[in-house]
Write a protein that binds this ligand. Structure first.
Ligand code: FAD
Length: 452
């Protein structure tokens, strides 16, 4: 391998904070805001030009129900509910779909469909109101370690390379970049769920059964995957938000990420071509936007102090150190194979690539089934590093658990817990491993989270 040597140089420290959060999806923003509202001095670093991560920048505009699977008991609140309220107050910021019995059953169909652009604005407001210092178009690039301790992060942006010093660090980059750089063990599941380029398309409503066209064997071959879902942008009848294209690979690697962006856009073009050729109104389709970032479902996980398993989820295992709750089913997508939805009530449904539904019982006993599952604090907690927490989709989980945890109503809670736990450690002079959990839970509760 040919190498060049970068000369050593001093780097300016541009900020010295209590807590720095890397990654600015709702997971990261909620971590930052929770800590700042408690009184910490917080900075947040995001490589894109807007906060919102996959939700806003990859057009994944759906949050699921905040209740258990009976719809009778609310189990999620905190900043997820606050964001829903904020978007409800904006004209066409949010559309609520009422739960109804259907082929997928609860809680899949109870959802909040948000306008991703309005969400970006609300996240800016939340950050500024809480007094968090934002760094947009700024990429975390390396840790700074002194005497064996994580002391700062090196960032890069238009003004060059600089350092942000902090006492505590929250890795919300989704791929666990900081965690991996400071030596946390990284692992992969046996296969990746696909990444998807988002698109906004006008004229979809004029077509006759376009999904049936896209899902024929021949057209799936042309697209190179299955055609995923679409949903109208709130307040519009003619702008369809597509999350349809699919690309499989480890998008935590630069070359594969580049390939995925180009392949995803080409798939959108191919779907438009197929519809233009096959439907009399196909030429009325107009491509309004492509997502600024491909949406990534899965790359790698970080080994923390506990790995959540599919059994923990499906049997609703309770944890003394629970930091969040959710009722979303195990949901694993594999291109050209049936998508699996494994529900808490014992049913497993498979959606075949051509759109049919198969149904089996995964649970054969007659035991009481749970109505929600829990996320333990240990799954976001590195075993050794005293001032680092991780949150978002890279938390410690096996393949099936990841399939359920990866939805945003769940991950948002991992961010909020990370922010509050970092504050708890900061103000009590403890490490993230030794915080007083009762005091942490009280802060979660008074900050708006449901603590069961
Ligand atoms: C097509 C698709 C459909 C989905 N459907 C749904 C759905 O209907 N409902 C649902 O709830 N979930 C859905 N999901 C899953 C969900 O969207 C993701 O699992 C979730 O958004 C991941 O959140 P995160 O905070 O872990 O990561 P991200 O949203 O990816 O956030 C990570 C952030 O960190 C930033 N970042 C990364 N590296 C750096 C760095 N070095 N420096 C600075 N910033 C950095 C990124 O730019 C990004 O903003 C879907 C996912 C996809 C792809």
């Amino acid at each position: 391998m040919i190498t060049v040597r970068e000369p050593a140089r001093d780097i300016k420290v541009i900020n010295d904070v209590d807590i720095v959060v890397l990654g600015g999806s709702c997971t990261g923003v909620f971590a930052a805001v929770r800590a700042a509202r408690l009184g910490a001095k917080v900075a947040i670093v995001e490589q894109a030009g807007a906060f919102g991560g996959t939700a806003a920048n990859s057009f994944v505009c759906i949050w699921h129900s905040l209740t258990d699977d009976t719809y009778q008991k609310q189990i999620i609140s905190g900043l997820t509910e606050e964001m829903i309220e904020r978007l409800k107050a904006v004209p066409n910021g949010m559309r609520i779909r009422v739960p109804k019995e259907n082929k997928w059953r609860a809680p899949y169909y109870s959802m909040y469909v948000f306008n991703t652009e309005e969400m970006k604005i609300e996240l800016d407001r939340m950050i500024l109101e809480a007094g968090v210092t934002p760094y947009l178009h700024t990429r975390y690039s390396a840790p700074y370690i002194e005497d064996g301790e994580l002391k700062a992060v090196i960032i890069e942006n238009r003004s060059g390379r600089a350092a942000i010093r902090a006492k505590f660090f929250i890795d919300a980059t989704a791929d666990g970049f900081l965690g991996a750089d400071v030596g946390m063990e990284v692992y992969y599941h046996e296969s990746f769920q696909p990444a998807t380029t988002g698109a906004r398309v006008a004229g979809w409503e004029k077509l006759t059964k376009p999904n049936d066209i896209l899902r024929t064997d021949e057209n799936r071959l042309r697209i190179g995957g299955r055609a995923g879902w679409e949903i109208n942008v709130p307040g519009t009848k003619n702008v369809s938000n597509w999350c349809k294209a699919q690309f499989v690979g480890d998008c935590s690697k630069a070359d594969i990420l580049t390939e995925s962006e180009i392949a995803g856009r080409a798939q959108v073009r191919e779907m438009m071509n197929i519809l233009r050729e096959s439907d009399p109104c196909g030429n009325e389709l107009s491509l309004v936007a492509l997502s600024p970032m491909i949406g990534i479902r899965e790359t790698r996980q970080l080994k923390c102090s506990y790995q959540i398993t599919g059994e923990d989820i499906c049997y609703g295992r309770t944890f003394d150190d629970a930091i969040g709750y959710c009722a979303y089913p195990v949901d694993v997508h594999i291109p050209q194979k049936p998508t699996t939805f494994r529900y808490l009530d014992g049913w497993e449904r498979h959606s075949t690539p051509s759109g049919e539904i198969e149904e089996i019982r995964w649970r054969t006993d007659d035991g009481e089934y749970p109505h929600y599952w829990q996320i333990p604090y240990r799954a976001i907690l590195p075993a050794k590093i005293p001032n680092l927490l991780v949150c978002g989709r890279c938390i410690d989980s096996d393949k099936d658990a990841h399939g359920a945890l990866r939805v945003m109503i769940s991950l948002n809670q991992t961010g909020e817990a990370a922010g509050v736990a970092a504050f708890e450690a900061l103000t009590s002079g403890k490490t993230v491993q030794t915080i007083d959990f009762a005091s942490f839970r009280e802060k979660m509760r008074t900050g708006g989270s449901i603590v069961l």
